[in-house]
Design a protein around this ligand. Structure first.
Ligand SMILES: Nc1ncnc2c1ncn2[C@@H]1O[C@H](COP(=O)(O)OP(=O)(O)OP(=O)(O)O)[C@@H](O)[C@H]1O
Ligand SMILES: [Mg+2]
Length: 283
């Protein structure tokens, strides 16, 4: 039994009496229990539409979807699902703590159990110190985290996260990524939609790429990214004389050097290093 399974899932939107837009076109995919699956694709490719169909917020034009083996048409299929929407709506005058309590009550939770859960979740998303502040004063990254806490309040087995790191800075994004890894370790299944490719690379077991509502590529991240025909060493302290000998050795083995030089860091790593350095200097 899979966490999610879709069969020919299709959604057409009628935008005028004779024009329709294809939101999703005959999608067949599965999300296995316990995995982190990344649904990628450019803007308008059908990522959010897929989530909304799985949550039965949209009626499919054709096809079907199941959650843990139950048709999404059954309300009970959604009991074990947590959802972080694309643009979560919050009551600005509630504090962080009150927001999670509000969603917990909506899920039928009460008393000690709910209060313990609120503390645990605020800790998990790193908002413990801001729990008594109103959301009106939260930054975008903080709102995204409270959205995550809200999605987790009823301890769902499956989480659907639509652009969880949208508008969040690189440090916040890494924290959210670490949180997703923690959720996987807790045994949860996670489906993430994103167009920030390098952000999902580290957390997803498998990814699928949507394009105009169709799945154009799917597979395990490490398989998709590995270049099996090439191999690289990254060395420290290799002087010029040694380099000449290495080049000779490679040539002797009938191999060819494709690139060599100083590896570049990513802008993200540079950003993180600088911020960490500045934090250290401040102490
Ligand atoms: N409620 C709606 N009414 C009409 N068209 C819609 C509706 N929701 C989505 N669409 C259309 O369906 C297509 C897929 O949209 P969707 O929101 O699923 O894309 P997405 O991959 O989530 O994009 P983004 O990266 O911008 O969030 C788009 O062409 C969009 O215009
Ligand atoms: Mg979207």
């Amino acid at each position: 039994m899979h966490a999610i399974e879709t069969k020919n899932l299709t959604k057409h939107f009628r935008i005028s009496w004779r024009r329709k837009v294809v939101g999703l076109d005959q999608l067949n995919f599965i999300v296995r229990e316990g995995e982190v699956y990344g649904l990628l694709g450019p803007n308008g490719s059908g990522k959010s539409t897929t989530l909304k169909l799985v949550l039965s917020l949209f009626q499919p034009t054709e096809g079907e979807a199941t959650i843990f083996g139950r048709s999404v048409e059954e309300v009970a299929s959604r009991v074990s699902v947590g959802f972080l929407p694309e643009n979560p709506y919050f009551y600005r005058y509630l504090t962080g703590e009150e927001t999670v309590r509000f969603f917990g009550r909506l899920c039928g939770m009460r008393g000690r159990k709910l209060e313990d859960k609120i503390s645990e979740l605020l800790q998990l998303v790193g908002l413990e110190i801001h729990r008594h502040r109103r959301l009106a004063g939260y930054s975008k990254g903080m709102l995204q985290r409270i959205g995550l806490a809200q999605a987790l309040v009823h301890d769902p087995k499956l989480l659907l996260l639509d652009e969880p790191t949208a508008g969040v800075d690189p440090i916040g994004s890494i924290e959210i990524r670490n949180m997703i890894i923690k959720l996987k370790q807790m045994g949860k299944t996670v489906l993430i939609c994103s167009h920030l490719l390098d952000q999902v690379q580290d957390v997803c077991d498998r990814v699928g790429i949507l394009y105009y509502g169709k799945m154009i590529l799917e597979g395990e991240v490490k398989d998709l990214l590995a270049r099996k025909d090439q191999f690289q060493f990254v060395c420290e302290g290799l002087n010029e004389a040694a380099r000449v000998r290495v080049r000779d050795a490679i040539a002797q083995h009938g191999a060819r050097i494709v690139t060599e030089g100083n590896p570049e860091t990513t802008l993200e790593q540079l950003f993180l290093q600088s911020v960490r350095q500045a934090e250290q200097d401040k102490k």
